[in-house]
Design a protein around this ligand. Structure first.
Ligand code: TEU
Length: 593
């Protein structure tokens, strides 16, 4: 049931994929941690929302030093989240709702609790056990200095010393040792992991840190010790492409007919340039990689247009799905403002190709910025001594109901008192709940539901009949962006401070907020508002009559955050922490490009 598209396009080319961060989605057993049965219970909600697939963030056994991205067993389910039987029930249940499931694969590193790392620690320097990871002697007197100057993504050095004096590499937390991909046993193991989940009927993988994996064999010092996504001694090594060619063969060896159809793999690749990104999308490599240009963009007409055009320099939106948020970045409402985030949702879903929605985006949840220090879980917070607050603020458990323990996040039967959620929910969270928003035609949720329904029905949306290039810019006032998609669709967004006239149209299909009117009674687009329009005066109606005649006019329901439009890189960890870092001493230099 994927939206838009042409015969022959794989389902994922126009899919709307909903990211589930399982520990924060829904908690069926009441232990305060979201789980797979909780997700299964909520499949009707996702089906009603109208998504084509779920991307499930890690649900594997993990000591949770990095929210599950520290995996201690790649082929099982964390007992707090359920069992493999629950996973199979999820696949079956999702299939009944025509929803595919993409799972997160974490190949750059595992958890220090992984049995193979424990064996490596117990084995001597130079052993085959240690060869699965990157162990080295240190430098300086007694080897007391790390083997090189590489930084950890989460702050501090990328090396930790073990009792016998050697050091091991971890580009992330010290609890996340990097695999040594130059040892063939690692590649063979991951191929088995791929098959394990593909055999269970998944629609594909999201590949964590897909630009990592291989490191410079000399482990040479880097000239620039700030973090960078440029090709370097630790990122974008050419050898990584051999892995994706092999994985593509495996993906393609699974039947592409029938549900779930062709399998996909979408790489999380942070890079400095279109050229670097494009290499991953060679015909025989990853089917898709995320484009993070909208996540990084300031809410301004030039920045948003540039983000779209920059993406189109390396791919269309089918191979480089659009995204405005995820579990690593500041929520759009806080980054850009409430109205702008509503407008951005209509932009996201009008662009050609595939789009990802991070759980809670459809509720307009803001970043929770006042989590007490002792409740914070993101390792970034600890590793930077609190200089960077980390990513907990976008991972707070979802509010499902207006009131009650954890606002319906946890099981709530009468005689049961659920444990508090693993991250505290702010007071007032219930006002943003699914229950409250479901009954409000002006809510964020109603806007997303209407947009997803229209996106499914309208022939110009999704991939569109002309493939991923199916949009053309229209003349617009400087502060606005207008584009057309055939047949008969126009998108308009006003990113300026004053109202602008709507482009020529015959009907308003959907608007992110109330439209205005000029002196002559013609409709105008107020600031931070977007509209979906039917183009041309002779267009025949193609959509649900009710929606056409009465566009969804949405009113502001959520308290406005303090900053309106964010800044450059406002979605990234650096942007997230800039404010706090400014308040305290010297911000740590993290010049990622
Ligand atoms: O993120 C990889 C990564 O590089 C991020 O730190 C990214 O650069 C940053 O968030 C941009 O602001 C992935 C996962 O998405 C993240 O949750 C994990 O912590 C990380 O890998 C380690 O597995």
């Amino acid at each position: 049931m994927s939206t838009g598209g042409n015969e022959g396009d794989p389902w994922w080319a126009s899919a709307v994929v909903y990211q589930v961060y399982p520990r924060s989605f829904a908690d069926a057993d009441g232990d305060g941690i979201g789980d797979l049965p909780g997700l299964v219970n909520r499949l009707p909600y996702l089906s009603g929302l109208g998504v084509d697939a779920i991307w499930l963030s890690p649900f594997y056994p993990s000591p949770l030093k990095d929210g599950g991205y520290d995996v201690s067993d790649y082929t099982d389910v964390d007992p707090r989240l359920g069992t493999l039987g629950d996973f199979d029930a999820l696949i079956d249940g999702a299939r009944k709702h025509h929803i595919r499931v993409i799972v997160d694969l974490v190949p750059n590193h595992c958890s220090s609790d992984h049995p193979l790392f424990k064996k490596a620690l117990a084995a001597p320097a130079g052993s085959v056990e240690r060869a699965l990871f990157i162990f080295r002697d240190g430098r300086g007197p007694d080897g007391g200095e790390p083997p090189n100057n590489w930084p950890s993504q989460f702050g501090g050095p990328a090396w930790t010393r073990v009792p016998d004096g050697q050091w091991y590499l971890h580009l992330f937390d010290s609890s996340q040792p990097d695999w040594n991909w130059r040892d063939p046993r690692v590649g063979a193991m991951f191929e088995e992991i791929l098959r394990f989940w593909l055999d269970r009927g998944i629609g594909g993988f999201r590949v964590d840190v897909a630009h990592g994996l291989f490191k410079d064999p000399q482990l040479a010092d880097v000239a620039d010790v700030t973090l960078t996504n440029r090709p370097s001694a630790y990122y974008h090594r050419p050898e990584v492409h051999t892995v994706y060619r092999r994985w593509r063969e495996i993906l393609d060896s699974y039947p592409s007919d029938g549900f779930p159809g062709a399998r996909t793999a979408v790489g999380e690749v942070w890079a400095d340039s279109a050229a670097t990104l494009k290499a991953y999308l060679a015909d025989d490599e990853l089917p898709q990689i995320f484009n993070f240009d909208l996540v990084r963009a300031k809410w301004s007409p030039t920045a948003v247009r540039e983000a779209i055009e920059t993406t189109h320099e390396f791919a269309d939106g089918s191979r480089a799905p659009w995204v405005i948020g995820n579990h690593d970045v500041v929520r759009p409402v806080t980054r850009w403002g409430v109205d702008a985030a509503r407008a951005a949702a209509l932009l996201l879903l009008a662009l050609p190709g595939s789009a990802y929605i991070y759980q809670g985006e459809e509720l307009g949840l803001p970043e929770v910025e006042d989590i007490p220090d002792d409740a914070r879980r993101d390792p970034t917070f600890r590793r930077t001594g609190g200089m960077e607050v980390g990513r907990d603020g976008c991972r707070v458990p979802l509010p499902w109901s207006a009131a009650g323990a954890s606002f319906g996040f946890s099981r709530t039967d009468p005689d049961f008192d659920p444990a508090p959620p693993w991250l505290p929910q702010p007071p007032g969270w219930g006002a943003l709940s699914v229950a409250v928003q479901s009954g409000d035609p002006g809510s964020f949720l109603s806007l997303y539901r209407a947009a997803l329904r229209l996106r499914r029905e309208h022939p110009a949306l999704g991939v569109g009949p002309d493939g991923g290039d199916a949009m053309r810019w229209l003349d617009a006032p400087d502060q606005a962006l207008f584009f057309a998609r055939d047949p008969g669709f126009v998108f308009a967004v006003n990113l300026g401070d004053s109202a602008v006239p709507l482009p020529p149209h015959s009907a308003v299909l959907l608007a992110s907020g109330p439209l205005g009117a000029d002196g002559g009674g013609r409709a105008t687009l107020p600031r931070d508002t977007a509209a979906w329009l039917t183009a041309g005066l002779q267009e025949r109606p193609v959509l649900t009559a009710g929606v056409q005649e009465r566009p969804v006019m949405c009113v502001r329901k959520i308290r406005a955050p303090s900053g309106r439009h964010g800044g450059a890189d406002s979605g990234t960890a650096q942007g997230r922490n800039a404010g706090r870092a400014r308040e305290r001493a010297q911000p740590q230099a993290r010049g990622r490009v």
